[in-house]
Design a protein. Structure first.
Length: 62
């Protein structure tokens, strides 16, 4: 039978593994979000409409 002193390090290691797994999943999800935003931005840059004068104008809005 394990004592209370032996279970504390085990719980800490399991908690650390859970935190690292969650951080890895979040970082991977953020990479996918960044790729989607980049693709949408590139499509907006390439497929922008023409202005009244027929020129494409600026590709940014600020």
């Amino acid at each position: 039978m394990t004592t209370e002193v032996e279970t504390v390090p085990l719980l800490l290691v399991l908690l650390l593994a859970l935190v690292l797994f969650g951080a890895g999943f979040a970082l991977k999800a953020l990479w996918w979000v960044a790729v989607v935003v980049l693709v949408v931005w590139l499509l907006g840059f390439l497929l922008r409409g023409t202005g009244a004068s027929g020129s494409r104008g600026r590709w940014y809005r600020w």
